[in-house]
Write a protein that binds this ligand. Sequence first.
Ligand code: AMP
Ligand code: MG
Length: 481
Amino acid sequence: MKMNLKLQSDYYNNLDSFFYQKILPNKFENGELIFLNYELALKLGIDPNFLKENYKIFLGDLDNLKDINPIAMAYSGHQFGHYTRLGDGRAILLGEYKDAFGVLWDIQLKGAGKTKYSRRGDGLCTFSSTIREYIISESMHYLGIDTTRPLAILKTGHPVYRYGAQAGGLLVRVSKSHIRFGTFEYAYEAGGDDRVKQLADYAIERYFPEFKDKRAKYFLFLEKIVDTQAQLIAKWMSKGFIHGVMNTDNMNISGETIDYGPCAFMDYYNPDTVFSSIDYFGRYRYRNQPNIGRWNLSLFVQIFKNLVGESFHQRSALVALYESFMPLYEKYYLKEMLKKIGINKIREGDKELIDMLLKLLEKYRTDYTNFFYELTLGIREEKIFQTKEFLEFESLWMARIKKIGLNAINSRMRNNNPKIIPRNHLVERAIKEAEEGNFNFVKEFLEYLKAPYEYEEYLPKEFKEPMPYEDLVSYKTYCGT
Ligand code: AMP
Ligand code: MG
C-alpha cells in the first residue's frame, strides 16, 4: 500500500500551455473533511488513513505534495447545440496518480476556486451539489456504468452565493480522463490541425498505446470513441439514466459518465422524460440520448478530417464512422435489454419483443426499475401484471426462453435488474439532511446503493418506492452549481 498520495504532473503538463492554465487551488483554511471514499482509496492503493490525516491537501495546503503543478484545462463545447469557449471554470486538476497496475488517474478538485476560464462564475461549488454528485456517481459505478468517481467531499468553510448564501463544498473527483469532446473542439477552433494532432497523439499514447505505431491510428482512435459512446449510452438507457446535459463539453473520451448536474433516473417509464429545469425543449430527454450521441460524434469526427487525409475515400470513411454509431448503439442497447429478461444472444424477433414490453410499461405508467425487479423475483404487485397484454407478452417471452436454463435466466436477470436506483426524492432528502448536518441518511442510502444486485439482502420499502406520479410530473432538477 502506498503510504501517501504521490501525484505526478508530467503527463498533460507536457503538452503546450495552449491546453491549460497553471494554477494553484484556493486555500480554504477552515475547511473540513466530510466524506472519504474508503473503497475507492483502497482500490487505487492509497491508504485512506493517510487521506484522513492529510485531507488539507484537498483544501489548497500543498506543502506535503512535492513537485506538483496543478492546472485548469482549456476546452470548448456545444452547449444545447451552440459552440462556446469554456474550460475548467471551477475545477483544478491536482495531478495524475499512477496505481499499482500502472494506470494513471486524474485527481481533480471541483470547486477549488477561480481560473482564467471561470468567465463570470465564482469557481466554487455548493455543498449540496457535491452530495448530489457523490451519491449519483457512486451509484452509477455500482450499477456497472462507467463513470468518474468521488474520492472525498469537503466543506470549504466559505459561503457560496446562489439564491442567498449556502455552504461551500469541494468534491475530489477521480477519473481516467478529463479530455472531453470539447477539448478537441477547442484545439481545432483555437489552434487548428496541429493542435488537434498534438492532443490526439497525447490521448492515443496515454489511453490507446496499442494504436500508436499504426498508420491508421487516428481512425482507430475515433472508432474506439464511437464504440465506447455507443456502449455507454446503451447502458444509460437500459438502467433508465438521463444525463440531462449531453453537451459536447460533458462527454469524456474515456467513455466515463462525467458532469453530474441535472441528471436523474426515470421512475415511471416514459421515453419523453426530462427533468432538467434548463432543458426547455427536451433536447436531452430520455429517448433522445442516442440521437444526441450521434450528433456529438458527428462533430467530433469532423475535427479529424484533415488528419486522416483529404481523399474522397478517406472523407467517406469518416462519415461512415459516425454513421456506424446508431447500428452499434442499437445492438448494444438490445443486448442490455435482453439481459434484463434473461436472454444473452440476439435472435430475430427480439427487438419486437422488447418494443412490445416497453409500450406496455408506458401505457400502464409502470415504474421501470420496480417492474424488472418484480419480474426477476416473480412478484406481481405492479398493476401491469394483471393486464391481458402483459399475459400475451409473457407467453411470447416464455416461448423465447424455453430452451435457456433456468439458472442462467435467473442469474442474468439478477445481475442486470437493479433493485435500487438513486431516486430523486431520496437524493433530495439525503441532501437536505446533510445540509442540516445529519449524515445518517446519506450513509444508509449509499450502503444500499452499493449493492443494487444483491437480491439476497433486505431493502426497506422506502428505498424502492417512486415519487408519487402527481409530484413527479412537475419535478425538476437543477444544475446546482
Ligand atoms: P457545467 O454546466 O458544469 O458542465 O459547466 C459548464 C461550464 O461552466 C464549465 O466551463 C464550467 O467550468 C463552468 N462553470 C460552472 N459553474 C461554475 C462556477 N460556479 N464558476 C465558474 N465556472 C463555472
Ligand atoms: Mg461540464
